[in-house]
Ligand binder design. Structure first.
Ligand code: SF4
Length: 277
């Protein structure tokens, strides 16, 4: 049974966090919310302090950082004094999860950025709601990339690993519309989940580039974090153990190389860098 989502307004002390680890190419990460209603089973944030020191289960709570826009206005000025400002939004929440329909908090952050344009903004989402803000994305010119996570093309697989996240066809349609609006985009297969042979073809028309990552390259611990989350059991339950393997991505990579043609293809961390590659 799905637990009811606990939503709370909070006052945050800061909004820009110095980027590190896999995001070290960026100056800061930016999370408008704490917690995430999508609650993906493989989400590595489950093992970070923000989740560990909380009684409620990851995926059942969201804190709204109500003062995020005011903080951002101030912190952007400070950050700019120290060098280029390259933002990753978001690293430990989805900036376009359902509560964003009502709060428009992420949208308000984009509006603040447009007053004082950062050198680069990377928007990472799993939700079709992201297309609502196309009008604002357009004003960033080439200082933005919008990335949609599309881990698989199979709905039954998506439902096994992230039952509360939006359906894959809706995500594909949304990123295609954003691409067609002339905004730099990315279809992000991360983490790679079992998929069909048609997956590369489906991705070809919908984004300017495709990025492939898996648990072993992308979880920051060569797969140990994923092992602790017992993701292996989901593969076993579904009889898909052969996909739970650090070499499985190579098969999909080859298919993507053969299919994508002019569409740029990057692997793991190279697909999460600010600016033109
Ligand atoms: S959408 Fe991202 S932050 Fe939210 S649960 Fe899934 S992986 Fe974690």
């Amino acid at each position: 049974m799905k637990l009811e989502l606990q939503v709370k307004d909070i006052i945050s002390k800061s909004i820009l966090t110095p980027a590190k680890g896999a995001l070290e190419g960026f100056s800061h990460s930016l999370n408008p919310y704490a917690g995430c209603a999508f609650g993906c089973k493989y989400c590595y944030v489950r093992q970070l302090p923000v989740s560990l020191y909380r009684e409620e289960e990851w995926g059942t709570w969201v804190d709204i950082k109500t003062n995020a826009a005011a903080l951002l206005r101030k912190e952007l000025i400070k950050a700019r004094k120290k060098g280029p400002v390259t933002l990753f939004m978001s690293s430990s929440t989805d900036p376009y999860q359902p509560i964003e329909f009502k709060t428009k908090l992420t949208r308000s952050l984009l509006e603040v950025m447009l007053e004082d344009l950062p050198d680069f903004l990377f928007v990472q989402a799993r939700s079709p709601l992201v297309k609502r803000d196309v009008d604002l994305f357009k004003q960033f010119g080439n200082r933005i990339r919008v990335s949609m996570t599309i881990e698989t093309d199979k709905e039954e697989i998506r439902k096994a690993f992230s039952p509360s996240a939006p359906p894959i066809p809706a995500r594909m349609k949304a990123i295609q519309e954003i691409t067609e609006a002339g905004i730099p985009t990315q279809a992000t297969i991360a983490p790679l989940l079992p998929c069909s042979k048609e997956f590369p073809k489906k991705l070809k028309q919908i984004a300017n580039r495709v990025v492939l990552d898996d648990f072993w390259m992308g979880d920051g611990s060569r797969g140990k974090r994923t092992e602790k989350l017992e993701i292996r059991k989901i593969y076993e339950r579904m009889g898909m153990e052969k996909w739970y393997n650090p070499h499985a991505y190579k098969v999909v990579l080859k298919m993507l190389q053969e299919e994508l043609g002019h569409v740029e293809l990057l692997v793991s961390q190279k697909g999460f860098q600010p600016g033109e590659q």
